[in-house]
Design a protein around this ligand. Structure first.
Ligand code: S6P
Ligand code: ZN
Length: 188
């Protein structure tokens, strides 16, 4: 269902958890995103073993219009694929000039971002962190902790999502587990 122009409310557990209401639920297993990881042989082995759940998304949908503000909650599980932490696919917004706001609820994460011009950034996402992703910055969330990472987000309704650029080029920065601490690998 897409909410129409009436105010409404729902609750989001501040320590992480599914929202009390949502329009759409989706999940990504490793097999849904094999080509996003650096080590595809390691990804294939894990897919054959148990094809782990990587993340789940609960969304409030709105009309896809400027001025609307779709929002929701994401749970990103802990783990690694060939030493690379579990992460979201990551995307540019199709309308590049649209930003996004994240709020960390539980767990320890990073937001990896980059622009088409090659500027890069990594920010911590922890409980209570509000994080602003400006227009033009592709964004990916990475779980560098031992438990689930939960965060909420809101973005402009007309943004659209471009995954093609990311799956083709990859992010310039990747977060790798180096003996229990996150290290940054630069790919180009
Ligand atoms: C949407 C926002 C989040 C992500 C979600 C999953 O603009 O950034 O809702 O969609 O965390 O990540 P991804 O990269 O698969 O869309
Ligand atoms: Zn986004």
């Amino acid at each position: 269902m897409i909410h129409q122009a009436r105010p409404f409310r729902l609750s989001i557990p501040f320590t992480g958890g599914a929202p009390s209401a949502y329009d759409e639920y989706s999940q990504r297993r490793l097999s849904d995103m094999r080509d996003y990881y650096h080590d595809s042989a390691a990804a294939d082995a894990l897919i054959d073993a148990n094809d782990p759940l990587i993340y789940e998304v609960w969304s409030i949908l709105t009309p896809e219009l400027a001025g609307e503000l779709p929002f929701g909650v994401t749970r990103l599980l802990p783990g690694t694929v060939g030493g690379e932490y579990f992460m979201t696919k990551g995307h540019y917004h199709q309308v590049l000039e649209t930003g996004e706001v994240y709020l960390g609820l539980a767990g320890e994460g990073r937001i990896v971002t980059e622009t088409p011009e090659g500027d890069t950034d990594v920010q911590a996402l922890t409980p209570g962190t509000m994080l602003y992703i400006p227009p033009r910055w592709a964004h990916r969330t990475v779980n560098v902790g031992a438990g689930d990472l939960w965060f909420a987000w809101v973005y402009p309704g007309n943004a659209g999502h471009d995954y093609v650029t990311i799956v083709r080029d990859g992010f310039r920065l990747r977060l790798m587990d180096k003996n229990g601490t996150p290290g940054i690998m630069t790919t180009r």
